[in-house]
Design a protein around this ligand. Sequence first.
Ligand SMILES: Cc1cc2nc3c(=O)[nH]c(=O)nc-3n(C[C@H](O)[C@H](O)[C@H](O)COP(=O)(O)OP(=O)(O)OC[C@H]3O[C@@H](n4cnc5c(N)ncnc54)[C@H](O)[C@@H]3O)c2cc1C
Length: 328
Amino acid sequence: PGADASIGGMSATRASGTNAVRYGTMRENVLGLTVVLADGRVIKTGTRARKSSAGYDLTRLFVGSEGTLGVIVEITVRLYPQPEAVSAAVCAFPSMGDAVRATIETIQMGVPVARVEFLDSLAVRAINRHSNLTFRESPMLFFEFHGTESSVKEQAETVQEIVAQNNGTDFEWATRPEDRSRLWNARHNAYFAMLQLKPGSRAVTTDVCVPISRLAECVIETEQDLNASTLPCPIVGHVGDGNFHVAMLLDPAKPEEFEEAERINHRIVQRALRMGGTCTGEHGVGLHKMGFMIEEHGEDAISVMRSIKHALDPKNLMNPGKIFSYDA
Ligand SMILES: Cc1cc2nc3c(=O)[nH]c(=O)nc-3n(C[C@H](O)[C@H](O)[C@H](O)COP(=O)(O)OP(=O)(O)OC[C@H]3O[C@@H](n4cnc5c(N)ncnc54)[C@H](O)[C@@H]3O)c2cc1C
């Protein structure tokens, strides 16, 4: 995730990186925690065993609790071996719909891609300028494959076929580490590259996540919505997870641009919820998305969350005012 993320912050927000499509998010990768509670008790959750049926899953309760239930001070994570072989690929598409459909088919075919990231044409322009690259300025997918030499080759060939059937072109393969890191560094710097599309701007970033089967529909409707906006709005997506970010670039001195970004954000979240998705795939609720919580979960589920908060933190000491209001 974000360049300066700490492992405590990642656990607290249930974060994920570009390789979550294969390896999961912090939800799957935290095995146990040590947590300091509001009353000073120190508890351990989980064990190092691969599985357990012993009682409530407190690890999962604290992962994603955004510091509202306790301070996480120790984290046991799952480790993975380095894959024997890694290869990367990029390709361009005539439309966002084609790129997203290629992703959906790849996931639905069960190809175990390690990463599949989407950039729209504006985001590609940004990384071209920022990282001195010459990609065609059209929607793109970045792939990475992990496995043995033969399984990586097999995955790559299957994906290449799916991409061709969805009008993908400009296939570029990279197996040497330096070529792979050139491609992925450009992707990782995309946020900072996008800010340079409008010097002096700040980005309001959306974070919706929808079921993969609704992703194409959601992205296409969002694209139509953004076409009517005066703000530059590049899109990047962890599309293998159904999660995408619109970075709305606004002038911080112009409140009307902030209001425009808020209106767009609201419509994007409503669309995602209508499609069975969530207002936040990985960044967390904080203050900004509190207004969507009842619509996403329902009054009763929020009141259960509130009961847990009241039981563990009756004086409302831990990150007060975040996720939902303490009093109904
Ligand atoms: C350019 C950019 C790219 C990003 N990309 C991603 C991405 O790909 N995936 C992703 O998931 N996120 C991404 N993010 C969001 C952000 O990086 C993540 O949410 C990250 O996990 C936050 O970690 P942090 O250490 O910065 O936490 P902070 O922002 O400091 O804290 C986040 C919340 O967790 C609480 N908290 C922090 N530490 C603890 C602790 N030890 N115990 C209890 N509560 C705690 C804080 O109180 C706060 O409520 C991105 C952000 C930026 C700016």
